[in-house]
Structures are given as C-alpha cells and as structure tokens.
Design a protein around this ligand. Structure first.
Ligand code: ARG
Ligand code: ZN
Length: 849
C-alpha cells in the first residue's frame, strides 16, 4: 500500500550508488503462490566512496533469510527496501525471499499469464523479485538457475546447462536489473538461425503458446531482417549465441528488450494473414526491430538514471523508423509518424501533462513512458542528424558506440560525441531536451526585385513549471517552386535560432511558392502566412511528398474549420486537389490513401482551441461526416475503376506494395459505401480471405448503419482467437455514432468475454471509447463517467495501465464550461478513491492542476 505523501524524485539529486556489483547469482524455485528466489550478490564498496549507505530496493517481498559472507544477519526492512551494516571492501550478500506470481495482477516483477511465468522489470520491477540496487547505473553479469516442472525455462544470455526440471543461464554482458527476464511455461518454439557478419551462429526462437505456431513466421522474418539491417546500417552485430522472443497475453506495454530474451505483448508479435491486418504486420515489424535495436541502444549502452530514458528510447524509435522507411516507403512512414505525433504527442506537449523530452522530476517513472520521451525524443535525433549531416551522424554514432560501450550514460554524453565529431556547439540545441511544449513558427513572406524573403518567428508557450522560454535551434527545410511548379531552389535547411529571423533567396525570375518544413524537419506548429491558393498549388506540385500531403492536410483543416465556424460548404480547391491525386496512377496507392485522409476530430478540436475557439464535438463530427460525403460524391465516377485497380490477385503478402493497394482499396470502399448503402461492402465481406479486407468491409458496413449479421458471424468465426476478438470489441466502440458510443461500450463491458484484467481486452473497449471523439465528449457526460468507473475498478489491479489511460482526460480544458465541469467531477472522483495507486494519483493530480 502506498505511503501518504508520494515522493518526488529529481534529476538534480542524482548520486551514484556507493558499491559496485561484480556478479549476481539467482536461483528460482518456481511455484505459483510461493516462488523462492535465492540471490547471491558480490558487492564491493567503490574505491572513492567512504562508508556508503547500503540500501537495496525491495517491495512486496517476504524475506526468509539474509546473510553476509555466509553469516546470517537481521537487516532493517522498510516499505521500499532493506538496509544493514556491511564490511569494508568486497563481500557477498545473500537473501532468500518468497514472492507470489499468481496474484501479481500489476504485471510488474514476476507474474503469471495463462499458466506461464514471465517478468517485466523495466523500469523498477526487479525490486519485486528480490532485494537489489534496482537502478540502471548498477550493471553486473547474471547467472540464473530456474527450477520448475515446466518444459521451457528461459532467462537472459546463453544457456549453460539444463535437465529434468531445471535450466541454467549465464549472461556475460553486464546489465542493469531492468533488463533481467525469466520465462517458464508450456511453450512451443518457432526456430530459425542467423549468421552474423563476423560468423557468429545465433539460434533464434520465438516461443508461443501451443496453438499459436501458425502466427510466428512473419515476426521471425522481421527479426532476421532487423539483425541484418543493424549490421549494414549501423555496423552493430549481435553478441550472444541465442536470441529468444516470447509472446505473452498479459502485458502492459508493447514489448520489452530484456537482454537476449525479449518479451512481447502477443498483439505485438503474433500475426497471420487471416487474423492480422496490414497495419498489424507493419507495427509488428517495427516493434521487433525496435526491441532488437535496443540490444545496442539501451542494453550495451544504457541509461544512467530514468531521467535519461530518451537516450535509449528516442534513439531506438528513430532507428526503427529508419528501418521501416528503408524496407517500406519513406514518405508513407514519415506521414504516418507525423499523424501519430500530432495525435498523441502534441496534445501531451500542449496540456497539463507537458514535460521535457528529458523530464526533471517524477513520482512514478512508469508515467513517463510517453509520446514526448519516445516520439518527440526521436524527432530530436532526426533534427540533430539533419543539422550535422548524414556523414557526421554516422561518425558520431560510431564514436558513441566505441566510447560508451558497457556504460550507463546521459544526454550530455550523447551530445558530446556530436560536438567532438563536428566541432559544433550544441548548447542551444540541447534546449530540445529541457524545454517542454511545441514551438510555434510563424511565417511571413516578402517579394521584390527578384528576392524572396522568408521571415520566421518562433515562440514557445508556457507549460507546467516552465515559463519565459528561450528560442530553440529549429531546422526548417525549405524549397522554392516556380510558377510552373518546377523547383527553382532545392531543399535547404534554414537554421532558425533567434526569436525572429529573415532568410533571403536572390536571383529569382518570378515570385516563388515556398514549401516550408519539408519532411516535417522539426516538431513544431507552423502558422502559415501562406494563402489557400498557395496550398492548393503545393498540393498539386510540391516535389516533397511530405509537404504535398501536408498541403492537402492544411486545406482539409481549413475547409473543415470553415464548415464548423461559418457554415461554409466544402471548397472545390480541396475536393479537386484530392481527386486529381486519387486518379494519378503514377503515385503510390498508400500515398494516395493518405492524401485522401482528414485530420481527426480530436486534432480539429485542438486547432480550434489553439485559435481561441471552444470546440463543439458534435459540430466537428457533423462537418467531418459532411466532408467525407462530399468527397465520395466528388469522386463517384472514379471509384469503380479505382476499386478494380486496387484488387490484389496474388496470394497475401503484408509488404508495402500489397498493403498500399489494400489501403487505397479500403478508402475507395468507404467512399463507395456512402453512395451505395453497403452493397459493395457486403459482397467484399462475404469474399474476404484476409483480416485487412474482412475488417475494412465490416467497418464500412457498420458505418453505414448495417452489418449486424456480419458482426455476429465475425464473432462466431473468431471466438477462439483473443487477438481478433479484441478487434471485434474495438471496432464496435470506435464506429458507434456519438449518441450510441457510451451505450455500446457499456454493453460490451458486460460481455462474458470482457476479461478486463487483461490489458489488451480492457483497452479494446475503453481505449476506443476515449478515442471516439464525439462519443466520448457527448454532452451528457456518460462516457466520462463510464471510463472513470472502469479506471477506478482497474487501479487496484493494475495501476500502470490505469494511469496511462487517464491521459484520455488530458485535453479537458479545451472544452466548454459544462464539459469541463463534468470531466473535473470524474477526475476528482478518481482522485478521492481510497488507496489509489501512486501511478494514478500522480496522473490525475497533474491533469487537474
Ligand atoms: N523499453 C520498452 C520499449 O521500449 C518499454 C517498456 C516499458 N515498460 C514499462 N512498464 N514502463 O519497448
Ligand atoms: Zn524502446
């Protein structure tokens, strides 16, 4: 149970641990309710530390016995750990503790999922396994023996011995405890192998529950491609004889990069064409790559403390995005990432939960695995690479790996390698790590005598605990187009470092159109002084595919805002522009599908709020529906041809080419359904032989108010497949009409398959409830109350997942006084819940502040 006043931890208080850990030996005697963990840890006081305090973290442990150098001791136990007197110099600390994995519903530490034992230690879960200095700057080799009557017994590193009821593992690479893992269960392996560039033979295994064998091939292939890519692009080779991945159904996040033993949420690794969508395949490929890439960026070089989380996460997200861009389409990946950044990170950065990429304080570190740390953290790496250039980036990374291998590092270490390689001074750039909030960049243009000037002004809004910020170092990639649409100035990176700066382009024959912030070169909000005509021109001609999409997005946004605030009808410039893109067969279908997309309703609410208006969720919903209908009518003549062109006859492959066709096919199907009342969708559903098509046609039917029969048939067909049933739950809530959303979600929470203690299932209903903008913000407040009810119920069971989902309320101050009052009441009700977890307490109080 939590103590009365939660403690705040500060970056500025960092102090190293007084001891080195030379070696860790662990023995696990597995039993569901009484697992014994016997530890033998070799400590040595650091040479420079004078009689340091010996404190080991430990939570929810039953101490059976402790000893130092073989002598039993009686340590002092506290809520959070253990302390005792220790000899000078080196000594061996031993402890025997008992833990209860079967009742560990928080899914942190050692827990059970469907009869299988598994661990999640990042960030601070190892202290629920045994007493230990559970901090990332304490690194040691681990030797582990697992005793248990189960066919598969796994831990980190290389297998050293095994027999009836036991297995031993040794991990030769010093690691922090958060990378420890243990898995034991009745599992089957999908096996393969990989030969590294220097000839090391690596056994690869993907362990799954019996029955899931048919969903392993893609993940394994993605793993091998990731291993090869990291050798080719970053010169990083794998360093153990085995690489194991385990799929587990009960998991708080996507996956975890434990050394040599990655543990994955089954939704993030299992896939077959019949059960997974193209989007699922792409996500799986990216997560496999991400966790694998952590072997170097995270494991071999780890974080000194949890404030440095972006050191490994921002960089590894950046690396996995590079991988996806290389194996799929770079512009499509970039556009998808920016859509995601605007949907998740911008609201965080511009609301009560705003925090720097490197936070400076926290109460519960699990609350800082955020879009800001991960995705904005990756944007910062991308900006750095753009500023120094590809060559210097590669040299800096080589130096980083050479200099810091085996160390626990900081952002200062990271930036220093760039300074050393380039001779550049990066102190202003470093503000990206410490100043929260999304910078606004205002654009003004001037033209005369063959000179075009661009004046950029930046500002950074206040955020919790931060006011009066300094100008940032913002790379703004700009190209200029002439009146015929030809590029008269190639892309160049303008370095905006002052509050206001003018950049001149001379010797131009005619007034150009500027394409600004190409490739989304910085995570900022551009305040366009650029006219609607110029946007339509860019939509038609921009040579930068990202900005061409961006022009379509700006036009769509302005069109919708005109409809919402002034009752305007959709403009022909936008509809014609999108239509001409849709019919342009030279363009990648995936890209065309993105060009036809609208900003989300929540994004529109954010834009309205940004302009000082109060968003009305129903008006936003109606405008979006009207515009989609108008678009469908506008494209009517094109749809049949496009539909047949997007048909895939070859057998299913989840690659960029096929999935691109299916994604444009699905856009065409949605448009057609608005015109034919669901005829085409019903026939597509009937003949669908892959989940992408099955789900998109079912979705189109539901959106048209049809498809109840198909929905029931879908359930019958997939009843036994938990990952597909998650989709069945989610689809109904995300596609419900605004006044039905709460009722639909409420009903589904009463369904016998609503196993709410499994995070995937909980999220499958309550996630879409919060994401269905008009349904969640329905004026009567019932959706707010339903979400709060379930958060209150989940909190004692699983604080981590509860706390994460509280962010559904983070945008509450955008809305009108009535909605604000309704949300505030729910937040206060959650806050007032007795025994509320530290995780949820921190989130709710930050949101309310
Ligand atoms: N390091 C993992 C990843 O990047 C995330 C694990 C976070 N888990 C947690 N409970 N906070 O994929
Ligand atoms: Zn990660």
């Amino acid at each position: 149970m939590r103590d009365a006043a939660p403690q705040t931890i500060y970056l500025k208080d960092y102090a190293p641990f007084g001891f080195d850990v030379r070696e860790v030996n662990l023995i696990f005697d597995l039993a569901p309710n009484a697992t014994r963990v016997t530890s033998r840890i070799r400590f040595a006081a650091k040479p420079d530390a004078e009689h340091p305090d010996f404190f080991l973290h430990g939570e929810q442990l039953k101490l059976i016995r402790a000893a130092i150098d073989g002598q039993e001791i009686t340590p002092t136990l506290t809520e959070t750990g253990l302390t005792c007197d220790v000899p000078d110099g080196a000594f061996t600390f031993e402890a025997e503790v008992e833990i209860d994995p079967a009742n560990n519903t928080a899914l942190e530490g050692l827990y059970m999922s469907n009869g299988m034992y598994c661990t999640q230690c990042e960030a601070e879960g190892f202290r629920k396994i045994t007493y230990y200095p559970d901090r990332p700057d304490v690194m040691s080799t681990f030797t582990v023996r697992v005793n248990g009557d189960l066919p598969v017994l796994l831990s980190n590193g290389n297998p050293t011995d095994s027999g009836e009821g036991f297995a031993e593992w040794h991990d030769p690479w010093p690691k922090p405890a958060y990378l420890f893992a243990l898995v034991a269960g009745d599992l089957v392996a999908h096996s393969d192998h990989f030969t590294t560039v220097s000839g090391r033979e690596v056994d690869l295994n993907l362990y799954v529950r019996p029955g899931d064998e048919g969903k392993c091939a893609f993940g394994m292939d993605a793993l091998k491609r990731s291993m090869k890519w990291d050798e080719d692009v970053y010169g990083r080779e794998y360093d153990l004889d085995v690489f194991n991945i385990v799929a587990v159904d009960d998991f708080n996040m996507g996956a975890m990069e434990n050394k040599g033993l990655n543990v994955f949420n089954s939704s993030a690794v299992l896939a077959s064409p019949e059960t997974a969508t193209d989007a699922n395949f792409e996500r799986i490929e990216a997560i496999i790559a991400h966790e694998y890439f952590h072997n170097w960026t995270g494991n071999r070089i780890t974080c000194r403390d949890w404030f440095q989380l972006c050191l490994k996460e921002g960089l590894t997200v950046f690396r996995d995005a590079q991988f996806t861009s290389d194996v799929r389409s770079a512009p499509v990946k970039r556009i998808g990432d920016v859509i995601d950044l605007r949907a998740r990170q911008f609201p965080e950065d511009n609301g009560p939960l705003a925090h720097p990429v490197r936070p400076e304080s926290f109460q519960e570190i699990n609350n800082f695995y955020t879009a800001t740390v991960y995705e904005k953290g990756a944007e910062v790496i991308g900006m750095l690479k753009r500023l120094v250039g590809d060559q210097a980036y590669a040299e800096a990374l080589d130096l980083y790996f050479a200099r810091h291998d085996g160390q626990a590092c900081t952002i200062e270490d990271w930036l220093k390698v760039f300074e050393d390689v380039t001779g550049r001074e990066l102190s202003q750039f470093k503000l990206w790590y410490s100043q929260a909030g999304t910078p606004r960049v205002k654009v003004e243009e001037d033209w005369g005598d063959g000179t075009y000037s661009l004046t950029l002004s930046q500002s950074l809004p206040d955020s919790p605990g931060q006011v009066d910020k300094q100008p940032m170092h913002i790379p703004v990639a700009v190209g200029l187009l002439g009146p015929d649409g030809d590029e008269v100035r190639e892309t160049q990176t303008l370095e905006l470092t002052e509050a206001r700066q003018t950049f001149r382009f001379d010797g131009l024959a005619a007034k150009p159109t500027a394409s600004i912030l190409r490739e989304f070169s910085a995570p900022v909000i551009l305040e366009h002084g650029v006219s609607r005509d110029a946007q339509a021109f860019l939509l038609a001609h921009d040579t930068d595919p990202f900005n061409r999409w961006s022009a379509a997005r700006v036009l769509a946004t302005e069109t919708l805002i005109g409809m919402i605030t002034d009752g305007k009808t959709p403009g022909g410039d936008y509809l014609d522009g999108v239509l001409s893109v849709l019919r342009n067969d030279d363009l990648d279908p995936a890209y065309r599908a993105l060009m036809a997309g609208l900003p989300t309703q929540s994004e529109l609410a954010g834009v309205l709020a940004d302009r000082g208006l109060i968003p009305d969720p129903m008006a936003i919903w109606r405008a979006s529906e009207t515009l989609k209908q108008a678009m469908a009518q506008h494209a009517q003549d094109l749809l049949p041809r496009l539909h047949s062109q997007m048909r895939v006859d070859a057998s299913y492959r989840p690659d960029a080419e096929q999935s691109g066709k299916r994604s444009l096919g699905s856009v065409v199907l949605s448009m057609t359904t608005r015109l034919d009342g669901g005829e085409l969708a019903a026939s597509e559903y009937a003949k669908s032989d892959n989940m992408t098509l099955q789900l998109s046609s079912l979705g189109a039917l539901l959106r048209a108010g049809k498809g109840q029969e198909e929905l029931a048939a879908f359930y019958d067909q997939w009843q036994a497949d938990r990952l597909v049933i998650d989709k069945w739950f989610g689809l109904q809530v995300s596609l419900a009409e605004p006044d039905q959303t709460c009722a639909v979600a409420q009903k589904l929470t009463g369904h016998p398959d609503f196993h709410w203690k499994t995070p995937n299932r909980f999220r499958s209903v309550l996630g879409p409830l919060a994401m269905n903008h008009a349904g969640f913000h329905h004026g009567d407040g019932t959706s707010y109350a339903l979400l709060a009810d379930w958060l209150i119920r989940l909190d004692p069971v699983n604080p981590q997942t509860t706390a994460r989902m509280c962010s559904a309320f983070q945008t509450w101050k955008r809305y009108d006084a009535d909605r604000q009052a309704l949300i505030r009441a729910q937040l206060e009700r959650i806050a007032a819940t007795p025994e509320l977890s530290r995780d949820t307490t921190e989130m709710v109080s930050r949101i309310l502040d």
